[in-house]
Design a protein around this ligand. Structure first.
Ligand code: FUB
Length: 345
């Protein structure tokens, strides 16, 4: 779907075949992180805008400046946009590119976790807090110490501990951190510094959070994604290896780590027995959507499981003008997930 020329797509037909429609149409939204707080659904998306930046493989066209929170009383009800919850101008350490966020709650305080490029051009991850799930959020003066790259997702484990999952290739800069230090060498190539195809793929990271959820309690650890033989997926395994958009949920006693394969446009998952992994590749959750990126979250609402995702159907295929959608997912008895096709044949 993303490789198909946009001119060849009949969007009226595509929208009729879509398994779901945009949740809001007054603004463009992407990268939805969904949670149920106090019986209500809250979605923390990116707020897509057209800032006039030229398209490039490092994502300069994703020039988002703020976050809005969307809520729904139930999965069938109308989605409500609560307006600006945090603006980049109110984040002392951040300069630009407010990419995919997540949120969580602890003891009545709501935490918004978000990546942005700092004034030195390096992506970091920050935290902002509020006493309301819809904000407004007040940002911490500094980014999380030791944070890097993009796409934070914060999972609350049953024992009350919280873990942040993060990382993203190309514009998300994960490949620049291979030595543990940021490689600042000048290049416009999104694939510079990536491992060779026959080497293990770059891994996303996880870190337990401190009790106040404002810092990492430990040095981030790489998350191993293995094949059925127990080997790390290789960098050349483009249809299965991690690219960006980490998420963790627990189903039937197992931890499911899900993510986007980026340039091959799948949402995939891997299953493990610990929040740290290792995770064994399990399959695809979502086939490619219209638009280059694919990003998701998985949330249980009233004993059913839902995939929140996005596509570029409303903007007729504009990569950086996306819309958040939701569709139910189903598990087989063996715990595998039935792959969704975002558009019916
Ligand atoms: O929205 C900007 C970036 O695009 C996100 O951080 C990635 O996950 C991709 O969806």
């Amino acid at each position: 779907m993303p490789e198909e020329s946009i001119e060849n797509i009949n969007f009226n037909d595509l929208n009729k075949r879509a398994i779901s429609q945009p949740l809001v149409t007054n603004i463009y939204t992407a990268d939805p992180s969904a949670h149920v707080f106090n019986g209500k659904i809250y979605i923390y998306p990116s707020h897509d805008v057209d800032a006039g930046e030229a398209f490039d493989d490092l994502g300069s066209h994703f020039a988002m400046e703020d976050y809005h929170v969307i809520s729904m009383d139930s999965i069938e009800s109308e989605a409500v946009d609560h307006g600006v919850a945090l603006h980049v101008n109110d984040v002392p350490w951040a300069k630009e590119q407010m990419w995919a966020p997540d949120a969580n709650e602890k003891d009545g305080t709501y935490y918004l976790f978000f990546p942005a490029k700092a004034h030195d051009g390096i992506f970091r991850i920050g935290v902002a807090t509020s006493n309301s799930p819809t904000g407004p959020f007040k940002a911490q003066p500094e980014a999380i110490k030791g944070s890097f790259s993009i796409d934070p997702a914060v999972f609350k484990n049953e024992d009350g501990s919280y873990y942040m999952y993060f990382g993203g290739l190309w514009g998300g800069q994960l490949q620049r951190w291979r030595t543990g230090e940021f490689n600042a060498e000048q290049t416009e190539s999104p694939t510079a510094f990536l491992p060779k195809d026959n080497e293990p793929a770059l891994l996303p990271y996880v870190a337990k959070m401190t009790d106040d959820l404002l810092e990492f309690a430990e040095k981030p650890k790489p998350i191993e994604i293995l094949d059925d033989n127990g080997n790390l997926l290789l960098a050349g395994d483009n249809e299965r290896r991690f690219f960006e958009a980490a998420w963790l949920h627990k189903y039937n006693g197992k931890y499911y780590f899900s993510y986007s394969t980026g340039d091959t446009h799948f949402i995939c998952y891997a299953i493990g027995d610990s929040p740290y992994g290792p995770f064994t590749y399990g399959g695809r959750i979502l086939n490619p959507v219209v638009g280059w990126t694919s990003h998701h979250s998985i949330c249980e609402v009233d004993n059913k499981w839902y995939l929140f995702y996005h596509d570029s159907s409303l903007s007729k295929g504009v990569t950086h003008l996306r819309s958040v959608k939701v569709a139910e997912i189903k598990y087989r008895a063996d715990g595998t997930i039935i792959t969704l096709n975002p558009y019916k044949d």
